[in-house]
Write a protein that binds this ligand. Structure first.
Ligand SMILES: NC(=O)c1ccc[n+]([C@@H]2O[C@H](COP(=O)([O-])OP(=O)(O)OC[C@H]3O[C@@H](n4cnc5c(N)ncnc54)[C@H](O)[C@@H]3O)[C@@H](O)[C@H]2O)c1
Length: 323
């Protein structure tokens, strides 16, 4: 019987991953530690089997809490806990450094002390900075780290701490870096749920700059399968870029959703660009595909339609009925 610890499992990707893990390992139990910041919600955990999933309200920066949370004979710690919104990191980086950097080190120390078998660090393609829109270039695992926001810098720092723990202390650890995830249960400050929420209320949809920034979108369930495969098959000390080959301009994403919702494009409002806004992200998934046997399964058109329908349904249920 396997036993796992997931951090940040009340957030968007972490809660999807808890489901992936419980489905993939029917005998396993999962301990889920989350500080329930504004981005975490117990509603994201509704319907999970209480016999096999235990939630702990706690902070990954608190050493004693983390040591108590890690069970004996723990098979793996999956670190999803993070401050994750670039805009907030531009306003103030403090919480990003605390959770994303210090929190990762606290976990790595605890993993050593409790002799956890594997540590999986969930990172982002944003650590590699920005690609030009005029090239076909893709990020690979040997691309240099060139983070451009405090958020990306904090995630890059966490990757360096994981590397140091592998080299200096023999911790068995793997890093995954995905592109932008989409799917149910994302906090509506991120582009896709924000657009759907505002469009439902026929409020303006703020789009940074010219809307031509390109992101490499991946359905959250495809990313969760990649994280699981990285745990099962990844080589210690290695990083795996998880790209679904789905490059889309922000403006095209917004237009697609508006069409799906039958709402007018006149709701789009271009706003002053984010400082240091990365132009394009795109990752080469070759290493993950060959070494982990991973391939994305959810095609964009289906995934985004289902995702839009999920949010519309959720928010429509909360709206007062029109007389
Ligand atoms: N969302 C994306 O598109 C994306 C892409 C690539 C990588 N990532 C990475 O994936 C991970 C999960 O991202 P997400 O989008 O689900 O984020 P999220 O903001 O939805 O969730 C983060 C979770 O971490 C919890 N948390 C924050 N600080 C904590 C602390 N100190 N201790 C314990 N829990 C804490 C929050 O309560 C929340 O539940 C992050 O590490 C992020 O950097 C996200």
């Amino acid at each position: 019987m396997s036993i796992f610890l997931v951090t940040g499992g009340a957030g968007f990707i972490g809660s999807a991953f808890v489901r992936t893990l419980l489905n993939a390992y029917p005998d396993a139990s999962v301990i889920n530690i989350d500080a329930l910041t504004y981005a975490g919600s117990m509603a994201n955990l509704e319907g999970l089997d209480r016999q096999r999933h235990r939630f702990l309200h706690g902070d990954i920066c608190d050493r004693d809490t983390v040591l108590k949370a890690i069970p004996e004979n723990c098979d793996a710690v999956f670190n999803f806990a993070a401050e994750s919104h670039v805009d907030r990191s531009l306003d103030s980086a403090d919480k990003f450094i605390r959770t994303n950097v210090l929190g990762t080190q606290v976990l790595l120390d605890a993993v050593r002390e409790k002799r956890v078998r594997r540590f999986i660090q969930i990172s982002t393609d944003e650590v590699m900075g920005s690609l030009s829109e005029n090239t076909e270039e893709l990020f690979t695992e040997s691309s240099p780290l060139r983070p451009n926001s405090p958020y990306a810098a904090s995630k890059a720092a966490a990757e360096m701490l994981v590397r140091a723990a592998v080299v200096s202390h023999g911790v068995d650890a793997v890093i995954t870096r995905s592109g932008n995830n989409y799917g149910p249960r994302q906090f509506p400050e991120k582009l896709i749920p924000l657009v759907i929420k505002n469009a439902l209320d026929e409020r303006p949809l703020p789009i940074y700059g010219d809307g031509m920034n390109v992101r490499d979108w991946i359905h959250v369930d495809d990313n969760c399968r990649a994280v699981l495969l990285a745990y099962e098959k990844g080589r210690s000390g290695e990083t795996y870029n998880i790209g679904a080959g789905c490059q889309k301009r922000n403006l095209d994403v917004v237009r697609f959703i508006l069409k799906e919702m039958n709402k007018p494009e006149s709701l789009i409002e271009f706003v002053t660009d984010r400082p240091g806004h990365d132009r394009r992200y795109a990752t080469d998934p070759n290493k993950a595909e060959t070494e982990l046997g991973w391939k994305p399964e959810i095609i964009w058109e289906n995934g985004i339609k289902q995702t839009t329908a999920w949010y519309v349904d959720k928010w429509n249920k909360k709206r007062p009925l029109k007389k």
